[in-house]
Ligand binder design. Structure first.
Ligand code: ZN
Length: 346
């Protein structure tokens, strides 16, 4: 965006002309890069903006097609007719999208297959046991995702107990939303964050919830015990506020958690409105402060407060926010373990 607002001398004549016609600027916030790129394509298709499409000095836009071979694969060209996705303004964008989606919907590009062993072609036609029907499942999955139908892909994968696909998709997108939903409501993410906080407020009877902190203790074989703190500010994950703790007390997880929290509460970091610990009732026995504190139990996803146990539906936006914070804490802790281990190897 900033690149448009430079001294005219640095802009090409086309861009200078474009900028002179800008009356206002608006933006739509999305949850992931892939959604942003697909949404851009959708908006170009919908509005056909003059400066993106009609201009002669631009190379023509890119489209995704499927080959008509027995085991089809996506290819990129400049032909709009019968394209399964596009227009995209750059070759980089479309290649990046396909590369990312391949992790969720693997496809075959050439024999002998090099991608098979990377998990990027599965089931692979080079394997005599692969049936066309099985292979085509991934292709229809790919088509759906290119249309932005991430929700239906996730739903079908979960229904078929295909957790590999579901996990790959969740890794790709924080929360599947179709480009249409962003078109209908450009404030969707903001509204969802608000919705999560309000539902949590109702469930826990605590307010405000500006800063929520999640604590998790973990130990991977052969490395030190570490604690991870993840933070959400106004319902949004805030990675710059995440912190690692090296834990010294060796007795059990409750003692380790106690050490981590007593150290954290002595810092001058902003005071949290809600503390969430990974665990159950025993973890709450450490609470000797006034800040509202709950425990989130892993398997049943039950929320414990010092006085009650709350079971929320899996679709509860507030619970989903807590789960995201917890998943972040696990991921964040693992990152430190990897760093430790690489130090040891050196
Ligand atoms: Zn293959």
């Amino acid at each position: 965006m900033r690149s448009y607002f430079q001294p005219p001398i640095r802009l090409g004549s086309k861009t200078t002309q474009l900028v002179s016609h800008i009356a206002s600027v608006d933006y739509i916030e999305v949850a992931s890069e892939i959604e942003a790129l697909l949404l851009e394509s959708r908006l170009i298709k919908k509005f056909r903006p003059f400066y993106n499409i009609a201009s002669k000095d631009d190379t023509s836009p890119f489209y995704v097609h499927l080959t008509s071979s027995k085991f089809p694969k996506p290819v990129v060209n400049h032909l709009p007719n019968q394209a399964i996705a596009g227009p995209f303004l750059s070759g980089w964008t479309v290649r990046h999208i396909l590369k990312s989606l391949r992790r969720v919907a693997p496809y075959h590009t050439e024999s002998p297959c090099f991608y098979r062993h990377l998990g990027l072609c599965r089931p692979c036609p080079d394997d005599p046991q692969t049936t066309i029907a099985d292979y085509l499942k991934n292709i229809s999955r790919l088509k759906r995702m290119l249309r932005g139908q991430f929700k239906s892909v996730l739903h079908l994968a979960v229904k078929a107990q295909d957790f590999e696909t579901a996990t790959a998709l969740r890794d790709l997108l924080l929360r599947p939303v179709s480009p249409e939903e962003y078109v209908v409501n450009p404030n969707l993410l903001c509204d969802r964050r608000q919705e999560a906080l309000e539902s949590l407020h109702l469930a826990l009877n605590t307010w405000p919830l500006v800063r929520i902190e999640m604590y998790d203790i973990s130990q991977l074989a052969g490395s030190a015990v570490t604690g991870a703190m993840t933070v959400a500010v106004n319902g949004q994950l805030s990675p710059t506020n995440y912190r690692h703790f090296t834990i010294h007390s060796g007795r059990d997880d409750v003692a380790r958690l106690k050490e981590m929290l007593s150290r954290r509460l002595k810092t001058d970091w902003p005071t949290p409105d809600l503390i969430v610990v990974d665990g159950g009732k025993p973890q709450l026995s450490i609470v000797n402060w006034d800040i509202p504190t709950i425990a989130l139990a892993k398997k049943e996803e039950i929320i414990y407060t010092p006085s009650s146990a709350i079971k929320l539906p899996r679709s509860h936006p507030g619970l989903q926010l807590l789960q995201r914070l917890r998943d972040e804490a696990h991921r964040f802790a693992r990152r430190l373990h990897h760093r430790h281990r690489s130090l040891i190897i050196k």
